[in-house]
Write a protein that binds this ligand. Structure first.
Ligand code: UDP
Ligand code: MG
Length: 315
């Protein structure tokens, strides 16, 4: 019988976890496959670890991995995927925003052999602050214009994939992980399963607006060189523009003997160009900072405690 490994990153999810656990067990008991539930505690401080240890103690199918601190959701997913033993892997949140009831359909798509991945796609953003939805839409529009990989609007990290795909994703060691981009970059046939957004069942979201904004910028920098190209083209344009205005000034001076007046406009131009230069310098700096982080080659995660032997503790 095929085994499905379900990776669940958890950060301060004490309240949501028992509800999630009951729901996923209910769904899994109706499915015709073996399974392991890999809960990754991402350095929670609210007693999540105790809840998870409790699950692992009473349920053999539960694997508990406790990271040594908060490494972030991407690292937690990576830690989980690095330690799967199943033939298929799933990744999902534990706040029931990724409905476990979709698992059978997603697994069926992948196990039929027709698809290598099945991913949930929100068809609305019900329950989300309008300003967040607005920026999210703009982000996906912009991202798809400038990136080589397509990032589907509303795509969640909720996915089922074959073991092959999971292994390939784990073999991508880049530090700056943007899963939606990575899943799209690796290719393979993906089935998109639409669903209506659910609000989180308990607890609070870990993502503030600015947090998400930073994540979006990271996504762009990790998957596109277009900002650097924009900088070059803009520099070229400014040079051309300066050349033409210079010609105009010379002609006015020589032919019409008109001196050019106005230091205010000069200051404005200098400040404007200074601003643009600093902006692009910052953009380049962002790429260099990423490069610096990658070059250190530090592990993505460190597992401090686990309920299973023989796991990959650092990776
Ligand atoms: N999460 C995590 N580490 C973090 C932040 C979040 O493992 O540093 C987990 C969290 O427990 C949840 C999932 O990532 O299972 C998604 O987080 P959340 O629901 O807060 O994000 P949202 O659904 O609001 O985008
Ligand atoms: Mg959530």
């Amino acid at each position: 019988m095929a085994v499905l490994s379900i990776v669940v990153p958890c950060y301060n999810e004490r309240e949501a976890l028992p509800i999630f656990y009951d729901e996923i067990k209910r769904v899994l008991s109706g499915m015709d496959c073996g399974y392991e539930l890999i809960f990754v505690d991402d350095g929670s401080t609210d007693g999540t670890a105790e809840v998870l240890e409790g699950f692992a103690a009473k349920d053999e199918s539960v694997v508990y991995l406790g990271l040594s601190r908060n490494f972030g959701k991407e690292a937690a997913m990576y830690a989980g995927l690095s330690n799967i033993r199943g033939d298929y892997a799933a990744v999902m949140d534990c706040d029931l925003q990724d409905p476990p009831s979709m698992l059978p359909e997603m697994l069926a798509a992948v196990s039929s052999g027709e698809y290598s991945m099945a991913a949930a796609r929100r068809v609305d953003r019900h329950g989300e602050p309008p300003i967040r939805s607005f920026f999210a839409r703009r982000f996906y529009g912009f991202m798809n214009r400038i990136c080589e990989s397509e990032i589907v609007d509303g795509a969640r990290d909720f996915r089922v994939m074959t073991r092959d795909v999971a292994d390939i994703v784990v073999s991508m060691k880049e530090h700056n992980r943007f899963s939606k981009g990575i899943f799209s970059w690796v290719g393979f046939r993906t089935k998109w399963v639409p669903y209506v957004n659910h609000e989180r069942v308990a607890g609070k979201t870990k993502w503030s607006f600015w947090h998400l904004f930073g994540y979006a910028i990271d996504g762009i920098i990790n998957f596109s060189h277009v900002p650097l190209t924009i900088a070059s083209w803009f520099g070229l344009f400014m040079t051309f523009f300066a050349f033409v205005t210079e010609l105009v000034v010379i002609v006015r001076r020589l032919l019409f003997d008109e001196p050019v007046a106005g230091w205010a406009s000069l200051v404005c131009i200098i400040v404007f160009i200074g601003g643009i230069q600093l902006f692009f310098l910052g953009t380049i700096g962002n790429y260099i900072a990423k490069l610096y982080l990658e070059s250190k080659g530090r592990p993505h995660y460190i597992i401090e405690k686990s309920s299973r032997d023989g796991i990959k503790r650092v990776g």
